[in-house]
Ligand binder design. Structure first.
Ligand SMILES: [Zn+2]
Length: 256
């Protein structure tokens, strides 16, 4: 990430074709949404006593970037912090969307009937009646990605023209986006890591995710409980977070 990337947002073009399936039947989960109170056991990739592939050597430490991500996420001189956050959220979204696009044919209603992210964790969506509903992972992810794309295209939320300020709600919106993108990462790690390995993309995917985590912590866009989950419903990637702090990929001084 460089200063010039932050300028690049000014001329951004949607790399992803707009989807026609706007999720009119669902609303975005509120900041207070929680994992389901009675999580369903998962059959696809549960730990079951065997170590998860993404936590095994050499995959766990595969990365494009050596060292710590601290310097990459630091605010460049003369750049507004809102602009910096917007630019990075835009890039994380685009990159994650590319990865998901590649593995999406393996993420179907049959293979992923729920938005799973751990041996006993399925994320729920909040519908228009404010009820938590289980959705197949591809539907859930389509809702998330469509919602984020629409936000990014909304000049009132992510202003790109000079002279326009970010709205006061921008930090809260960025946190919402971050939480949902984290869930997409968590699902891919939990349910589709073998496909990432088959593509030999684990260094790229790990680096993208480590960058995402480091940035999210630096600008307080992430809650630790979203990374680790809750007792009985732990998020698979919580172990990655711990491992990367031990090995120095992530800043170990981070509170958790
Ligand atoms: Zn899936």
């Amino acid at each position: 990430m460089s200063f010039f990337n932050s300028l690049g947002r000014m001329n951004r073009a949607p790399a992803r074709p707009k989807r026609s399936t706007t999720p009119t039947s669902a609303t975005f989960p509120s900041a207070s949404d929680q994992p389901p109170s009675s999580p369903q056991p998962q059959s696809n990739g549960g730990s079951g006593g065997t170590k998860l592939l993404y936590l095994c050597s050499p995959f766990v430490d595969a990365a494009l970037v050596t060292g710590n991500f601290k310097t990459i996420v630091m605010l460049p001189k003369y750049v507004d912090v809102m602009e910096w956050v917007a630019c990075n959220v835009f890039d994380f979204y685009q990159n994650l969307n590319l990865f998901y696009g590649v593995i999406s044919e393996c993420c179907t209603q049959q293979s992923c009937p729920t938005m799973s992210a751990g041996p006993s964790l399925n994320y729920t969506w909040i519908n228009t009646d404010r009820k938590h509903v289980q959705l197949p992972a591809p539907t859930y992810i389509d809702y998330v990605m469509t919602w984020v794309q629409n936000l990014l295209d909304d000049e009132n939320t992510f202003p790109t023209k000079s002279g326009r300020d970010f709205p006061p709600s921008f930090p809260s919106t960025a946190k919402h986006v971050y939480r949902q993108l984290l869930r997409v990462f968590a699902h891919i790690y939990h349910a589709h890591y073998t496909q990432i390995l088959h593509l030999r993309s684990e260094p790229h995917f790990n680096s993208l995710f480590a960058h995402f985590l480091a940035f999210g912590k630096e600008y307080e866009l992430l809650d630790i409980k979203d990374i680790k989950g809750q007792p009985g419903a732990t998020v698979g990637i919580g172990a990655l977070w711990e491992r990367w702090k031990e090995t120095g990929i992530l800043d170990s001084s981070t509170k958790s």
